[in-house]
Design a protein around this ligand. Sequence first.
Ligand SMILES: [Zn+2]
Length: 54
Amino acid sequence: MRDTTWITCPTCNSKTRIKILPDTKIDSLPLYCPKCKQENVISVCNLKIIVNNK
Ligand SMILES: [Zn+2]
C-alpha cells in the first residue's frame, strides 16, 4: 500500500476513519469525527486539510 495518512479532526485533532494519499484531492467532504462527534466540511489538497464550514 502506498503512503497513507489519517485525516485528523480539525476540532479535537484525533484520527478519523478516513485515510488520504499524497495526491488525494477532496472538495467539500462532510467529515464526521467519532470522538468529539462534530462534523466539519473539509477540503484536502497536497495533504493539507482546509476546513470549509459554512
Ligand atoms: Zn473530533
